[in-house]
Design a binder for this molecule. Sequence first.
Ligand code: AGP
Length: 614
Amino acid sequence: MCGIVGYIGHREAYDILVKGLHRLEYRGYDSAGVAMINPEGKLNIYKHTGKVAELEAFCQSKDITGTVGIAHTRWATHGEPSDVNAHPHYSTNGKIAIVHNGTIENYNVLKQALMQHGCEFVSQTDTEVVVKLIEYIQSNNNCTLLDAVREALNQVIGAYAIAVIDSDCPDTVIAARKSSPLVIGIGDDETFIASDASPIIDYTNRVVYLRDNEIAIITRDEPLKVITTDNEESTVDIQTLRMSVSQLEKGGYPHFMLKEIFEQTNTIFDCIRGRIAADGTAIKLSGVSDHPDRFINAGRILIVACGTSWHAGLIGARLIENFARIPTRVEYASEFRYANPVIRPDDVVIAISQSGETADTLAAIKLAKEQGAFVYGVCNVVGSSIARETHTGTYIHVGPEIGVASTKAFTGQVTVLAMLALAIGQLKGTVSKEQLTEVARSLQSLPALITETLKLNPQIEKLSATYTYVRNFLYLGRGYNYPSALEGALKLKEISYIHAEGYPAAEMKHGPIALIDKEMPTVVIAPDDDLHEKVISNIQQVKARGGSVIAIVTKGDTTIPAIADHVLEIPPVPEAISPVIAAIPLQLLAYHIAIMKGCNVDMPRNLAKSVTVE
Ligand code: AGP
């Protein structure tokens, strides 16, 4: 939910910290701050409500010198967005500063105990409790910063990724993590810390993904040292990043979201690369072929995810039941983790997460593993917590998704789930060679079909002007495209703030049809599939009540264009993978309506890209 950055080395820290905050701003953007230790050994802290640009303006006249520093961009959990609640937080003696991503669940207990020892607090945050606890331990035990941090972390309960500096030891940065991500970049005589690799890639591709309960001791001109909170030496596992800087820039597009919508031609190509035989007769997913018995003997499959990933999971469940004939259930991870679910050792749990850091999904995985299930991850971010926590999995390989509204990750997830369903069906013999080849070849044709579908952009941009000031939308779909309706509604509401609901088309007459009038347009996903005739009657029901209809139809449909108000034509594609193509106009419609409304599509209000807290 927040982004943290740290630096120690031979360069001025400020520019590196602020540039890093810009890269992480998609993780949270209600306030930002920096702390540097200047050459005279003074700790300077500057923080401001609003986006990073407002912090930069605030720092214009300040002393921003120093080659060691930490920084933070916030998505508020404890305490409203304000200057005083912004990070970095600092000790009473003004010497120690901390930045933190996560939530400390026992912060109130610790705060009361510290207050009984005369400690005073200026903010409502849990993070201030941590730095005041470190200060208290350091002075009470007369110990080093490292020992004080380690002892404090053994007292806190909750999730954290922290970076700490102390003006009494200006050549050291202490970093630590538990359940929130933290990456360390190893440069030449310089070290970088960040919530993900995007602030680091400009300077080095050598990274260490800190593991849970590990503490990194980063000392100027010394090799990185890592210990556990139990004070045991840890291995330093340096990996090479495969990310490029260009992937992090907008590439000429006005917004990351539009760039990522248009990237889908290439990202789907990357997603299937090496995973479908050239002639389409076989699927190759090592996550399946390395564990055949798990899937052959699976009593059922449980899919856990949140948000857009949960929508992809609904499609995945249909695909798996269709091609692999294994009973499959989809659960919101946030519900699953507290439902005391019955989990059996022959269960296979599939966890879907773009960021690989969603707290509820991570918790669901841990619960499933504790009860003996085999857990399979479908993630985008390489080396993410979920990718490392699952027994095996498949990366969707769509590259960094910066826009808060998930687009290319959704189509990548659905594509991987289609391949996964076919791979399991291939293993179990529940899908015929002809059927597998037909769907696999359609997957191979997706990049070209997406390119064709993206040509709808000008028509959708024009259409969006008609609906800019609508206050409610209904999205309808059936079968594989019922989840498409849910996804289309989510896209619209999260970036345009227009209320939208997705429904199974046939469900409309059981209540929602009462909402229909000329003020409430309906988007209907109606490709040429087995349910096409049924959807036509649903459209007629809407029209009969004065509602306007935007219909997504297969090119060549002559029936629906005669009754709908607006028609968006997509190329023919097998029903099972039609959500990948139907997603494109849904994404573009949400994007253009939001732009027409003047919304910030890359950083919508109240949201953040990675929900690493409950
Ligand atoms: C999607 O547009 C949303 N930003 C959100 O629902 C997202 O899908 C959800 O938070 C899950 O994130 P994850 O895939 O990284 O786990």
